[in-house]
Design a protein around this ligand. Structure first.
Ligand code: KIV
Length: 265
């Protein structure tokens, strides 16, 4: 297997090859997902919710993303690692954005960064891309905008809203991004954007027509509790496996079956 770069990821769209993306937050999982052949990891600020138990992604800090990114980078061999820029790390000024993107690359080992927002963030995307740090855009349902959106709601359902999201997509591409995540938008709009852009679109809750798909790894592995969004497909039920393993362990210890002779020195 070869090392994936942003050039290779962009080539996948040009050649009509689909791009299967997952989030990753830790060394052990990244190693397995990399061995399985996932070409691109996003060290998402979703880590704050699924790993740290925050109610939203808003409290996540640059230091936390760096911690997770370092672990993922150590675990992967081939996958491209994209680190999320958390809320507050790029909105206040372009200088802030530049400095924090540099930290994610220099301290975290990320090969690209991702940030939320289209037209409004065009200058920030351009400034970071001009430092030769590849940028993935993220438009549609942008979780860092939860207070403006009034919840995690599908965006772009009316034609005027869809037109604004198309403008966002074009602004992200024009600003020099190498890819764009499309979250929580109608499948038809995602199709139109995917056909219009030359950079890859990576969908999450955006239907089947995107160039790639991304899921939060904890959701697809069944680690996130019972309620997950409709767009999530569960590929495993790790919660149940872990629960069963833990209850069996408790029984073994309480009933003095563990440690046995073979597990003792
Ligand atoms: O934080 C995240 O996990 C993300 C991806 C799922 C797109 O932004």
């Amino acid at each position: 297997m070869k090392k994936y770069t942003v050039v290779e990821i962009m080539k996948m769209k040009a050649e009509g090859r689909k791009i299967p993306v997952l989030t990753a937050y830790d060394f052990a999982t990244a190693r397995i997902l990399d061995e399985a052949g996932i070409p691109l990891f996003i060290v998402g600020d979703s880590a704050g919710m699924v790993e740290a138990g925050y109610e939203s992604t808003l409290p996540v800090t640059v230091d936390e993303i760096i911690y997770h990114t370092k672990a993922v980078v150590r675990g992967r061999t081939n996958a491209l690692v994209v680190a999320d820029m958390p809320f507050g790390s790029y909105q206040a000024s372009v200088d802030d954005a530049r400095r924090n993107a540099v930290r994610l690359v220099k301290e975290g080992g990320a090969e690209a960064v991702k940030l939320e927002g289209g037209t409004r963030m065009a200058g920030v995307i351009k400034a970071i891309a001009e430092m030769d740090v590849p940028v993935m855009g993220h438009i549609g349902l942008t979780p860092q905008s939860i207070h403006r959106m009034g919840g995690y709601k599908v965006q772009g359902k009316s034609r005027p809203d869809a037109d604004l999201i198309m403008e966002d997509a074009l602004a992200v591409e024009d600003s020099g991004a190498f890819a764009v995540a499309l979250e929580g938008i109608p499948a038809q709009l995602a199709k139109e954007i995917t056909e219009r852009l030359t950079i890859p679109t990576i969908g999450i809750g955006a239907g089947p027509h995107c160039d790639g798909q991304v899921l939060v790894v904890n959701d697809m592995l069944g680690l996130s509790g019972q309620k997950v969004p409709r767009f999530v497909k569960r590929y495993a039920d790790l919660r149940n496996l872990i629960f069963l393993a833990a209850t069996e362990y408790i029984k073994d210890v309480v009933e003095e079956r563990f440690p046995s002779k073979e597990h003792s020195y």
